[in-house]
Design a binder for this molecule. Structure first.
Ligand code: ADP
Ligand code: ASP
Ligand code: MG
Length: 474
């Protein structure tokens, strides 16, 4: 390859209907004149949620949900395709592909309803249908604009482990497959359009990378192909100082470091899947977040170093889909293995622990996991500590699902005294009650737990306290 390579990912809203797909395809067609482009697409917005809802109904034995959805998806995708590719002849091959995917979906829903069982592996295949319907349409739209293009399913490119619902990529296998499948296409002057969100095990079983995983697909492929840069096209102008739905004054951050962006993603900034930046760290490939609805805007550049600012705090984020689990009792003081047993239990469930707080005497440990993991975690802890509960060494294992984590993020907070003071003072003035607090030694974030109801007020007061709505050069 002589020309530089860009990987461009388009999220659900950027491919939400024919107009959006045409606008996104135009962005690719312009870029493809000067460089090699690999496109990664999500499902049309809302489709993955609908696929999963219908899968759950089928798992309970419902026969209608799957049927109705497949019909609705057929209508939706055919309408978009007809608008994007008006000539019947040019459309035929794409229509054939869509019909194959829809027929597979129908068989999966029927089989699930008949067995009344939805396995994680089946759920992955059902969840993949949206991307697999979208990629051929996007390639068709590109061809209409004169850019030679082919769609390809990421099961042929991204190699993962077999953890259904949140598979991990295997870098070496993926690099080899990407070279075998995508490079010949690029060398032939074609723009590959790859399905985001999915991959396959070495023996070919389809997996998904977790919800919102198409961002991760883009960086996995960018790293595997030694891309020059990766552009994640979405519906906002980059990484903002806070979620604009919660803090309307939030502003685009022109440049941010991998570490800061990763902290934001980890603590719930939906604009990036939490694992997005992992693959690009070793090679330092820049990642841009840009708005496909306003491509003239530059968006945010995510780089190794970012750009430092005086004030320290760069952005705020919050996660509300979490639950606080606490375990304790006066009897556990001096029992040395409580912490070890607690987190071995969460690790066995693959329940990611988002924040931990412990008072010095060890008589109460609290930690946060995502809500879907909460019940299983508490059940497993009750089993693990059954003896201790019986002997009242441990007197409670409780769960509170009505909480949110807020994180204050910025690399320059390290060495900027007073950030914590300012944070807690502002929250105090706003009468926001703090349930738990944590700050890691990296000092790139301070995170704390509040009642879910106070979350938005807390974000707003901190956004104004740290003057994040004003242009201060960050
Ligand atoms: P896509 O479908 O393109 O992947 P997502 O909906 O997954 O887009 O992510 C984009 C959304 O993330 C934005 O519309 C915005 O509401 C939300 N968001 C949350 N926090 C932030 C933030 N700090 N910066 C930008 N967007 C954010
Ligand atoms: N379509 C998938 C989802 O909704 C992946 C993505 O959009 O990134 O989770
Ligand atoms: Mg997303």
């Amino acid at each position: 390859m002589t020309k530089p390579l860009q990987v461009m990912k388009f999220g659900g809203t950027s491919v939400g209907d024919a107009t959006c797909i045409a606008r996104s395809a135009q962005i690719v067609a312009s870029a493809a004149k000067g460089m090699n482009v690999v496109v990664v697409v999500s499902a049309m917005s809302g489709v993955t949620n609908r696929l999963i809802d219908a899968a759950k109904r089928s798992g309970e034995g419902g026969t209608e949900a799957g049927k109705t959805l497949i019909e609705a998806l057929r209508k939706q995708h055919h309408a978009a395709l007809t608008e994007l590719v008006p000539e019947i002849d040019s459309r035929a091959a794409i229509e054939h592909k869509l019909e194959e995917v829809l027929a597979e979906g129908k068989r999966l829903y029927d089989g699930t309803a008949m067995l009344r069982e939805l396995t994680p592996r089946t759920l992955d295949v059902i969840s993949s249908l949206g991307e697999r319907l979208c990629a051929p349409m996007f390639a068709g739209a590109l061809s209409q604009l004169g850019a030679k293009s082919v769609s390809i399913e990421a099961t042929q490119v991204i190699v993962t482990d077999s953890y259904h619902g949140g598979a991990e990529p295997r870098a070496e296998g993926t690099r080899k497959k990407a070279a075998e499948t995508l490079l010949p296409m690029l060398n032939a002057g074609e723009t590959p359009v790859v399905t985001g969100f999915i991959g396959a095990t070495p023996d070919g079983k389809l997996t998904t990378l977790g919800r919102g995983g198409s961002d991760y697909s883009a960086t996995i492929l960018g790293a595997a192909l030694d891309a020059h840069e990766i552009i994640i096209w979405t519906d906002v102008e980059g990484v903002l100082t806070a979620d604009p739905r919660l803090v309307p004054e939030a502003r685009t951050i022109p440049e941010i470091s991998y570490r800061e962006a990763a902290e934001l993603a980890y603590f719930g900034a939906k604009v990036l899947h939490p694992k997005t930046l992992r693959p690009v760290l070793p090679a330092g490939i820049p990642v841009w977040i840009r708005n496909s609805f306003a491509p003239e805007k530059l968006g945010t550049k995510i780089t190794q170093k970012g750009k430092s600012i005086g004030g320290g705090v760069k952005a705020l984020t919050a996660i509300r889909d979490v639950a606080l689990i606490s375990l304790g009792g006066p009897g556990i003081v001096g029992v040395p293995d409580v912490i070890g047993r607690t987190f071995t239990t969460t690790a066995e469930l693959r329940a990611e622990v988002l924040l931990i707080s412990q008072s010095s005497s060890q008589n109460d440990i609290c930690f946060l996991v995502s809500k879907p993991h909460a019940h299983a975690t508490v059940d497993a802890l009750r089993k693990e500590f059954a003896q201790d509960l019986a002997h009242e060494v441990v007197d409670h294992i409780t769960v509170d699902p009505n909480v949110a984590i807020i994180a204050v993020v910025g690399e320059n907070m390290r060495g900027t005294p007073g950030v914590a003071g300012k944070t807690f003072n502002a929250l105090g003035q706003e009468k926001v009650n703090l349930i738990a607090i944590a700050q890691g030694s990296s000092e790139t974030n301070i995170s704390f737990v509040v009642d879910e109801k106070s979350m938005q007020a807390a974000l707003k007061v901190l956004h104004s306290e740290f003057k994040l709505g004003q242009s201060n050069g960050n």
